[in-house]
Design a binder for this molecule. Structure first.
Ligand SMILES: C[S@@+](CC[C@H](N)C(=O)[O-])C[C@H]1O[C@@H](n2cnc3c(N)ncnc32)[C@H](O)[C@@H]1O
Length: 395
């Protein structure tokens, strides 16, 4: 690859910036593990018994719990810490990106001309950016997914990539650097369906490519495509994939109407995508997936688990993002009936697939295999990132 640098490995933080990033990672861990445990104790020892005294029953959903928990000092403290840690996550990498942005753009431009592995980048400035992206900074990420500050910009790709490394940096088992979700799903497919050998794979809402790249590594004979609406994200993703020697075709497309021909893909996936889309668009995008799948193909999306699959307290806990992290569709999405969601898109009821996949990078190989082959051993939670909830079906 000569002298081309990987844009995903170009952050040069100063001593103070490095420590700021470490601090934010550790703070987030403290909030999500220790403080969250303290908050749950207040719920179990005070709020839940009080609710039971008043109503002669326990809360049945997260919304009920929320109306009581938001009055508690511990929730207010925990929530404001979490909100501020979220903002600090992006701020902790922003100065480094601004300083080295022109160098990252230079590397991305070089690689676009060469396309050394045979991947590609096709951008389309006519793609309509959905209102939910232009109107608010999802995840409190400054500039959201679509902003471009300069020609050939890669800033939002860099912000997402380096920011999410800080975001998960304290959570050992996440190891996001290599795209934990994509790695887990691809390995799951190999074990659960050894005869399924997809030739064409599509990742929807691929952002900076972290979870697209593993499909190229693990299904190295397949043609891999990633779509997103953000040009800066896609330039970054493309530059990263090419310099990691993984050929991927990145396209700026709206998932509502991709323009790909019908019956094109053997496998369609996404990660952390649908909870950011309105229910109306979710229905349309799933229909589009059905149209794009070849007969016999598989659609499998990773998402937060639906609320009917998790206990009321955990729903209250997970739904924090809907209220404070600029993710307005999150709550309604999780309250959907996933079975009817997928069948409405065209999938037959007896061909649906719901499963929980252990996080491959942090699970010993034998345990990973046995939990896929014997589903009863799968853990039922998601929050610590150890298990990924997936839903979909075969066409
Ligand atoms: C939370 S991110 C997904 C993260 C990514 N899959 C990963 O695992 O790193 C959601 C992505 O979906 C993209 N997106 C949202 N609506 C879209 C649409 N209608 N069509 C295509 N991409 C969309 C956003 O630009 C954003 O990059």
């Amino acid at each position: 690859m000569g002298n081309i640098k990987n844009v995903a490995n170009m952050l040069n933080p100063s001593h103070d910036e490095t420590n700021r990033q470490k601090f934010v990672s550790i703070l987030r861990k403290k909030i999500l593990v220790d403080f969250a445990q303290d908050m749950k104790s207040v719920y179990k020892n005070k709020v839940e018994p009080k609710f039971n005294d008043l109503n002669n029953r326990y809360p049945t959903n997260g919304r009920e719990i929320r109306t009581h928990m938001i009055k508690e000092m511990i929730f207010k403290g925990w929530s404001s810490l979490r909100y501020n840690a979220q903002l600090m996550t992006w701020l902790s990498v922003k100065s480094c990106i601004e300083r080295d942005l022109s160098k990252m753009i230079e590397e991305s431009n070089k690689i676009q001309k060469l396309n050394p592995t045979g991947g590609s980048l096709s951008l389309d400035s006519n793609v309509k950016i959905p209102r939910e992206i232009t109107e608010l900074d999802i995840h409190l990420m400054p500039g959201c997914f679509h902003t471009e500050y300069t020609d050939h910009d890669v800033a939002q790709g860099a912000l997402y990539h380096y920011g999410t490394n800080v975001f998960s940096g304290g959570l050992q088992h996440r190891k996001l650097v290599k795209g934990s979700v994509g790695t887990s799903i691809a390995n799951f497919l190999k074990i659960a369906f050894p005869n399924f050998k997809p030739d064409k794979i599509l990742d929807i809402g691929c952002t900076a490519g972290a979870n697209t790249i593993p499909y190229g590594e693990i299904f190295s004979n397949a043609e891999i495509h990633g779509i997103d609406i953000g040009a800066s994200l896609l330039r970054f993703a493309h530059a990263r994939a090419e310099s990691e020697n993984i050929p991927i075709h990145f396209h700026q497309k709206n998932a509502l109407e991709t323009g790909f021909e019908s019956n094109t893909f053997d496998f369609i996936t996404s990660s952390f995508f649908f909870h950011e889309v309105s229910v109306k668009d979710t229905n349309k995008i799933l229909k589009e997936c059905y149209r794009l799948l070849k007969p016999g193909g598989l659609m499998l999306h990773m998402e937060l688990p639906p609320s009917n699959e998790t206990d009321p307290y955990y729903n209250f806990y997970l739904d924090w993002d809907a209220f404070y992290n600029n993710e307005p569709h999150y709550l309604k999405f999780r309250e959907l009936d996933f079975e009817s969601l997928i069948t409405k898109a065209g999938f037959e009821k007896n061909k649906l697939l719901f499963t929980r996949i252990p996080n491959y990078p942090s699970t010993p190989e034998e345990e990973f295999k046995s939990s896929i082959l014997d589903k009863s051993t799968l853990r039922r939670d998601h929050g610590n990132g150890a298990v990924w909830y997936t839903f979909g079906g075969w066409k």
